[in-house]
Design a protein around this ligand. Structure first.
Ligand code: NAP
Length: 256
C-alpha cells in the first residue's frame, strides 16, 4: 500500500519553494522519498533553505534553481540545465505566486499584469518547458497551486482571483493535451493558510474572526494540511486523477 505513495528516485521541481507553502510542499515530497529541486528568485533566501534541506535529506537529494518564473528565456534555460545536469523532472509543482491587494478601481494595469504573470503565465511557461520532456518520456505529474479564489471572489484581489480561476482552466487545458501522453495534471486549491503571505491577515482581528466564522473547520489551514494531498497527486496513487482541482479549505468553498 505504501508503495502507492512512494516517491523514491523521482525528481520534483517545486517553484517558489524557498519559503512558505512551496517550501513545505517540497519537504513533504522529500519526506516521501523524492529528490527535490528547490526554487526561488532571491538567491540568498534560496541558499538558506537549500542548506537546511541538505542537512535534513543529504546533498544528493537536494538541488536548487534560481530564476524568475515570468521570464520565458530564463525558464527555458533553467529547465534545460536541470534536466541536463540533474536529470529528468518527474514532478512539477507550479507554486510560485504573489498577492496584491487594492480596490479594482484603483488597480494599475502594471500591477494587474504582474499578478497575472506570476500566478498564471508562469504555470504555462514552466509547465510547457517541463512537459516537453514528460510527454517524450510518457510520464509526469504537474500540480498547479490554485486557491479558494479559483472559485470565490473577494474585494481588493481581482487580478489574483482572475489568475487563480485561469489556473484551474489551464489545468484542464494541459489535461486535454497531455493526459494521453501519460501525464496527470491537477490543481490544489488551498483555503486560507497561515504563512508569511497571510501574516497581516492573521494579525488583523476583524479578518481573523471572519475566517474562523466563515470556515466550517473553524481554523486557519496550516502548510502541513497540504502535504498529504500533494504527495497523493505526485504519486502513483493518483494515476487516473486528471484535470481536477482539489480544494483544501476546511470546507470554506462549499458553504455560504
Ligand atoms: P510566499 O510565502 O509569499 O512565497 C512565495 C514564493 O514564490 C517564494 O519562494 C518566492 O520566491 C516565489 N516567487 C514569487 N514570485 C516569483 C517569481 N516571479 N519568480 C520566481 N519565484 C517567485 O507565498 P505562499 O503564501 O507560500 O503562497 C504560495 C502559493 O500558494 C501561491 O501560489 C499562493 O497564491 C498560493 N496560496 C497561498 C495561500 C495562503 O493562504 N498563503 C492560500 C491559497 C493559495 P522569492 O522569495 O525568491 O521571491
Amino acid at each position: 500500500m505504501s508503495q502507492l505513495f512512494d516517491l523514491t528516485g523521482r525528481r520534483a521541481l517545486v517553484t517558489g519553494s524557498s519559503r512558505g507553502i512551496g517550501r513545505e510542499l517540497a519537504a513533504a515530497l522529500a519526506d516521501a522519498g523524492a529528490t527535490v529541486i528547490l526554487h526561488g528568485r532571491d538567491a540568498q533566501r534560496l541558499a538558506a533553505t537549500v542548506e537546511e534541506f541538505t542537512a535534513r535529506y543529504g546533498h544528493e537529494r537536494i538541488h536548487s534553481a534560481c530564476f524568475d518564473v515570468t521570464d520565458e528565456s530564463a525558464v527555458a534555460e533553467a529547465v534545460s540545465r536541470i534536466e541536463t545536469e540533474i536529470g529528468p523532472i518527474r514532478i512539477l509543482v507550479n507554486n510560485a505566486g504573489i498577492q496584491h491587494r487594492v480596490p479594482l478601481l484603483d488597480l494599475e494595469a502594471a500591477d494587474w499584469q504582474r499578478v497575472i504573470d506570476t500566478n498564471l503565465t508562469s504555470a504555462f511557461l514552466v509547465g510547457r518547458e517541463v512537459a516537453r520532456g514528460m510527454v517524450e518520456r510518457g510520464t509526469g505529474k504537474i500540480i498547479n497551486i490554485c486557491s479558494v479564489q479559483t472559485d470565490l471572489a473577494r474585494p481588493t484581489i481581482s487580478a489574483y482571483t482572475a489568475a487563480k480561476g485561469g489556473l484551474r482552466n489551464l489545468t484542464r487545458a494541459m489535461t486535454a493535451e497531455w493526459a494521453a501522453s501519460g501525464l496527470q495534471i491537477n490543481g490544489i486549491a488551498p483555503g486560507y493558510i497561515h504563512t508569511e503571505m497571510t501574516q497581516n491577515l492573521v494579525d488583523d482581528q476583524q479578518f481573523n474572526s471572519w475566517i474562523l466564522g466563515r470556515t466550517p473547520a473553524a481554523r486557519w489551514g496550516t502548510v502541513a494540511d497540504l502535504a498529504g494531498p500533494a504527495v497523493w497527486l505526485a504519486s502513483d496513487g493518483s494515476d487516473y486523477v486528471n484535470g481536477q482541482t482539489i480544494f483544501i479549505d476546511g470546507g470554506m468553498s462549499v458553504v455560504v
